[in-house]
Design a protein around this ligand. Structure first.
Ligand code: HEM
Length: 128
């Protein structure tokens, strides 16, 4: 890269930065908690959960998350082993994340790239 070239825009830049992630995560959890397929998993402090999710997704989209697979595996291992967390639950969560992003105007190639990155977390999240 010469001095005249700009560094590449990350996905985080392309959706408008951390403020957009924060708004998307808030919209996402409204949807998740309204969905009887999955809301039974979230008998936890949702302010804390949303803060963790904002931090994590921000790093994933910036490309700075350290060992995201290992983190996802550890965070959901007990849910898989004891509470039956499965592909159907993952699909529902991914659906709500996509809808939340779309509600903020994220679309096209950027949306596809984000959902591909999230899809890459499926196997570790399911401890596979
Ligand atoms: C790619 C999809 C997902 C991402 C990016 C994600 C992200 C996260 C993050 C960042 C945490 C916090 C871990 C920590 O404590 O530091 C977490 C915990 C949690 N996730 Fe997920 N998650 C995903 C899918 C799911 C699904 C499908 C469910 C259930 C339907 C779920 C339920 C939970 C629950 C209940 C916790 C709290 C666990 C605890 O506090 O013991 N997650 N997730």
């Amino acid at each position: 890269m010469t001095v005249l070239e700009k560094p590449p825009m990350t996905l985080l830049d392309q959706i408008g930065g951390q403020d957009s992630v924060d708004a998307a995560v808030d919209a996402f959890y409204v949807r998740v908690l309204a969905d009887d397929r999955i809301n039974g998993f979230f008998k936890i402090n949702m302010d804390v959960q949303a803060a963790k999710q904002k931090r994590f997704l921000g790093k994933v989209l910036a490309g700075t998350a350290k060992d995201p697979d290992g983190y996802m595996r550890a965070a959901h291992k007990k849910l898989v082993e004891e509470d039956g967390l499965n592909d159907g639950h993952f699909d529902a969560v991914a659906e709500h994340l996509q809808a939340a992003l779309e509600s903020l105007g994220v679309e096209g190639d950027v949306l596809n790239q984000i959902m591909t990155a999230i899809g890459g977390l499926r196997k570790p999240m399911l401890n596979q």
